[in-house]
Write a new protein. Structure first.
Length: 412
């Protein structure tokens, strides 16, 4: 069996039986309202995570530190995501999903409330760490919940609908929250995010059916995810392959002002193209993944590499840069496909594997930003993160093909 044969095989016959979902869980309002409720949680989390970057100067001035020091609150949030995803998932492996989702949103709301009320630099950083703790666990449980409400051939679309909240946050939530922070003070931003979290908890309680943990669910069973080579390889694809997009995203503002020659006031407009591309990517990626999962993963990584490399050359022309940013936004199509891949390879450790996926995304954020910064510091210019991103996308593709090859050999 060749690599091409493996990629073309959409439904792998060697997926373990326990990985196959049961019949869709009945919901009194249907899967649509439940997915909407879960997506609002994504909107809240995305707004809280990314709007923090836009209010850094205000936070720094208010608590008496430099902007780089204030940036540690972003690092603290990311650290909370990486630590909280596995720990909370393991600790509450036997909790009913709806109860767990509401509890996670409550913690997120409190973290943002504490952020808004923080009176010192240390307390702001600590509050952002707390706010980050439920991030990965929420998305992991939310996407599994959404997938359990639909037939198997619509799982990726369901996961994509939850992730859609993140994309909408970039287009609508972040600009509005940033504007609110500038108009009423940075604390208003976190108060708003806390309110969105409370709204999510209410919507989840009303529209999401109660789903009891599977028979035999336990922390020990979830820890089985760490013993699966396929889980680690899939997480590696996320951490490396997605790093490319973050290499460009982290430095897109100075690139647009220094290379494209735009006024700073036009940067949000250009980022809007990126956000719209993310929305389209989520929708299209989910549909394609339900039809041919492996081919979608390969295609998404190739798309990543091509569009990121192109940005190194198109960024000098405003119109081309806008089009390219829209196309880069489409890279998010890999998100629902990777989540579905994890459902297929995680066996009994579904919840932990799904949560770890978002830890991997945050590692991708750190890796991409770091390598992009290294390239710029080396004197390669503001466009160099695009080429760095293309290399990372190729690295993710290599890991993915290794995963497919090992899976094919194990099935012989």
């Amino acid at each position: 069996m060749s690599t091409l044969d493996v990629v073309a095989d959409g439904d792998d016959p060697h997926i373990p039986t326990e990985a196959l979902p049961a019949a869709p869980v009945a919901s009194p309002y249907g899967p649509g309202p439940a997915q909407f409720a879960l997506a609002v949680g994504g909107l809240a989390i995305g707004t809280g995570e990314f709007a923090s970057m836009g209010i850094l100067p205000s936070v720094a001035t208010d608590v008496g530190v430099t902007i780089p020091e204030a940036g540690h609150m972003i690092s603290a949030y990311a650290l909370g995501v990486v630590i909280g995803a596995p720990i909370l998932t393991i600790l509450f492996a036997r909790a009913p999903r709806r109860v767990l989702l509401i509890a996670l949103m409550a913690v997120f709301a409190l973290g943002n409330l504490f952020s808004a009320l923080a009176g010192s630099y240390v307390s702001v950083v600590a509050a952002r760490f707390v706010a980050g703790l439920p991030h990965g666990a929420y998305f992991g449980v939310a996407m599994l919940t959404a997938a359990s409400l639909v037939p198997r051939n619509r799982r990726a679309q369901a996961a994509g609908n939850v992730l859609l909240g993140l994309s909408i946050a970039n287009v609508v939530g972040v600009p509005l929250a940033t504007w609110l922070g500038q108009a009423l003070g940075w604390r208003a931003t976190f108060f708003t995010v806390a309110g969105l979290a409370v709204l999510t908890a209410i919507l989840v309680r009303v529209f999401t059916p109660e789903i009891e943990p599977e028979e035999g669910a336990s922390a020990k069973r979830e820890l089985g995810a760490f013993r699966s080579a396929q889980v680690w390889l899939t997480l590696g694809v996320a951490a490396i392959g997605f790093g490319g997009m973050f290499a460009v995203y982290s430095y897109v503002t100075p690139t647009l002002t220094e290379v494209t020659g735009l006024n700073l006031s036009l940067v949000p407009v250009m980022l809007g193209f990126l956000g719209v591309g993310m929305i389209v990517g989520n929708i299209v990626g989910g549909r394609l993944a339900d039809r041919a999962l492996k081919a979608t993963l390969v295609g998404a990584l190739v798309w990543n590499g091509a569009t990121l490399a192109a940005f190194a050359f198109t960024s000098a022309v405003p119109l081309l840069a806008a089009i390219n940013l829209f196309l880069i936004g489409g890279c998010i199509a890999m998100g629902p496909a990777l989540q579905t891949r994890l459902m297929d390879v995680a066996g009994d450790a579904q919840t932990l594997a799904a949560a770890l996926n978002h830890s991997a995304f945050n590692l991708a954020n750190a890796l991409g930003a770091w390598l992009g910064g290294v390239a710029i510091a080396a004197g390669l210019g503001w466009t160099s993160p695009g080429l760095v991103g293309a290399v990372l996308a190729c690295g993710g593709l290599v890991v993915l093909l290794i995963s497919f090859r090992l899976e094919a050999k194990a099935g012989r």
